[in-house]
Ligand binder design. Structure first.
Ligand SMILES: Nc1nc2c(c(=O)[nH]1)N[C@H]1C(S)=C(S)[C@@H](COP(=O)(O)O)O[C@H]1N2
Ligand SMILES: [Mo]
Length: 199
């Protein structure tokens, strides 16, 4: 019986399995936006959580930036087949955003400045693997990549990571977002190649 250190088994190269099937590696950071980059002055920026009946929580930029932050390194997988490994970010865990908020909702519809939206099960926001990120590779997040702040849910295809996040609507019933309505998979797990409805 051999003893293998955690560090050894935990670090796999891309070739050994960090890349979901159907994906290729890229080192640059493509910009994919369905519309123009919205300009949101910090004085006007806000993040809200609502349940279809009204707003439950609201942060302006200063209040948002007072929340505890985390630095994290994650792999990104886009449904258009590029993957970018080991990207480093700083952001607020959604788990932190939802502290003290009790809800019986099971689904979330995330809205962005500019009108984009995407849906996901609420648990996928609360599992400590989802953040609202505002720094990328040590710098303020560039506007074209979602600055001042974007959702980052790296365990799902990147279209779920709404740039320019503005609010989260909590719902008892699921409701498809922008790409989901146009035929993208409702959940979008890259490890199961859930690209389109029916995958
Ligand atoms: N608000 C908004 N968020 C968005 C999009 C968009 O068009 N608008 N595109 C999504 C898609 S399809 C992808 S692949 C990623 C791309 O992020 P990037 O431009 O930072 O690479 O953002 C996602 N988030
Ligand atoms: Mo995408």
């Amino acid at each position: 019986m051999s003893i293998v250190s955690r560090g050894f088994v935990g670090r796999r190269s891309a070739a050994e399995g960090n890349l979901p099937s159907g994906q290729y590696l890229t080192t640059d950071f493509p910009v994919l936006s369905a519309g123009p980059t919205p300009q949101v002055p910090f004085e006007q920026w806000e993040l809200t959580i609502d349940d279809l009946n009204g707003v439950l929580r609201r942060w302006d930029w200063e209040a948002f930036r007072r929340l505890p932050t985390e630095a994290f390194t994650v792999d990104l997988h886009c449904v258009t087949r590029w993957s970018k490994l080991s990207t480093s970010w700083e952001g607020v865990s959604l788990h932190e955003i939802f502290t003290d908020l009790k809800t019986d909702a099971s689904y979330a519809l995330v809205h962005s400045y500019g009108g984009y939206s995407t849906n996901l099960p609420l648990n996928d926001l609360l599992n400590r693997q989802a953040w609202i990120a505002f720094r990328f590779e040590g710098r303020d997040l560039a506007p074209e990549h979602g600055g001042p702040a974007r959702l980052l849910v790296p365990h799902l295809y990147l279209w779920k990571s709404a740039k320019w996040i503005r609010g989260i609507t909590l719902m008892k019933q699921d409701k498809p977002g922008f790409w989901e309505e146009l035929g993208y998979h409702n959940y979008g797990d890259p490890w199961q190649e859930q690209r389109y409805w029916g995958d």
